[in-house]
Design a protein around this ligand. Structure first.
Ligand SMILES: [Zn+2]
Length: 434
């Protein structure tokens, strides 16, 4: 049983630019930056947004709909700032800005026998041409998006990363097939925290496996940047605020992508899984809610990591669902006894049956149990013991991006982490199935 939904993915292609017009892309990105900054300047000068749109679009040395995309970006940033208290004021960009284009207007792609050619309208009547480079699976998805009626090619960004010209193309599968939640056999309970994510795989007959993925650096880096920005503000130096915020967001974003990839890989080992998160959305207004929950709500990783995991899983046909988060962290997964005192930070000890556990892993198990309990005619297994907690830790490489090759230990189940980005296996004990 499956259901369909629209799924969008961003494909990354290095560009092989035809000689003679390499600098045009750079010039266009400078113009994009100017357009973005101009919108902010006029806004801070008190201009009406309709007026800003007209004037900036007319004066932009860009293809019209590309100028619109950049203006929209600036309005988005301003809207975020005005709508969210904790969102910093958008400030003028000092780095170049990605050239953002509509397919068929700002850029075009042409399928040829062995290759895909591109044409980017960097400036009006001024094109940059060449060929896309990249991996086979990216090409396969792109080809499908260009040929298949159920797919379409969307906006793209031309940007320069680590000195390399790249085109980031979004493709959408309008009718992607995702497994039906109700038909799921393995329930993956997920507990997302500021510094780790815990996963527990439960079937109607017992617990299959569990793992805790630590990402301490996200918390550390966010704290570091926060302190840095605060110091600069106190010193009256707000100019580079934005640069630091971008850097922080890029770091967190990269790390969360790596974590979510790892999570989905782990989940794919089980039979017809459904991923279950705690639904924290409805809890926002409830000020009586515990500090643990509030902290999680306001910590950036929660929503983003959830989004990345669901999204990557959906591409593999795996559905997601959620349950009411109330008491999941206080309930004993073995005897069901629920008491606030069961949990103390990362430690769980049941006041009734004395079951002890890593608190976040326990919460993952509770989430999975809760989901099963919610279904009709489903057995919620009795758990006597839980497998020993396995831990992976995500650490940035000493130099370079998080995507470098890494340590290759065997885990106790013979599952290898070879080639997995920045994830080292810290497993010590054996896992004993329940
Ligand atoms: Zn208990």
């Amino acid at each position: 049983m499956t259901q369909t939904q629209a799924l969008t993915k961003t494909l990354v292609f290095p560009l092989d630019v035809q000689s003679g017009n390499e600098s045009l892309l750079h010039d266009a990105r400078l113009e994009c930056r100017r357009v973005f900054n101009e919108v902010l300047r006029l806004n801070y000068d008190g201009w009406d947004w309709d007026e800003i749109e007209d004037v900036v679009e007319q004066n932009a040395d860009l293809v019209q709909n590309t100028a619109q995309r950049i203006i929209d970006k600036a309005f988005d940033a301003l809207n975020n700032y005005y709508d969210n208290d904790d969102w910093g004021r958008p400030w003028y960009k000092h780095e170049t800005f990605p050239l953002r284009m509509n397919y068929g207007e700002g850029y075009n792609l042409f399928l040829e026998d062995e290759t895909v050619r591109f044409r980017i309208s960097a400036k009006p009547y001024n094109h940059v041409k060449g060929e896309l480079r990249g991996t086979q699976d990216q090409f396969n998805l792109l080809t499908q998006a260009m040929k298949d009626d159920d797919w379409h090619v969307g906006t793209a960004e031309a940007l320069c990363r680590n000195g390399r010209e790249e085109l980031h193309v979004t493709v959408t599968n309008e009718t992607a097939e995702v497994g039906a939640k109700t038909a799921a056999e393995t329930v993956i309970g997920v507990d997302i925290n500021e510094d780790c994510v815990a996963l527990a795989a439960l079937t109607e007959s017992g617990i299959e496996d569990s793992v805790v993925i630590d990402y301490p650096e996200i918390k550390e880096e966010r704290h570091r940047y926060f302190t840095m920005r605060k110091r600069m503000q106190e010193a009256g130096q707000t100019t580079f605020n934005d640069v630091f915020r971008d850097k922080e967001q890029r770091f967190v974003h990269d790390q969360l992508h790596t974590v979510s990839r790892r999570v989905v890989e782990w989940i794919q080992r089980f039979d017809s899984p459904v991923i279950v998160f705690e639904d924290l959305e409805d809890m926002r207004d409830d000020i009586e809610y515990g500090t643990r929950m509030n902290r999680r709500l306001h910590s950036l990783p929660f929503a983003k990591l959830r989004e990345f995991i669901s999204y990557k899983a959906a591409w593999q046909g795996i559905p997601s669902d959620d349950v009411d988060p109330e008491y999941t962290s206080q309930q004993c997964p073995v005897c069901g006894h629920t008491e606030r005192a069961n949990r103390h930070k990362k430690r769980f000890k049941c006041r009734d049956c004395e079951h002890q556990d890593h608190a976040d892993r326990g919460a993952g198990v509770s989430v999975a149990q809760k989901w099963l309990r919610k279904q009709e005619d489903r057995n919620v297994p009795a758990l006597n013991t839980l497998p020993q907690v396995r831990k992976w830790e995500l650490r940035r490489q000493a130099s370079g991006p998080v995507d470098g090759p890494t340590v290759t230990h065997h885990t106790d189940r013979g599952h290898q982490t070879d080639g997995v980005s920045g994830v080292s296996d810290q497993s010590t004990g054996r896992s004993s199935g329940a």
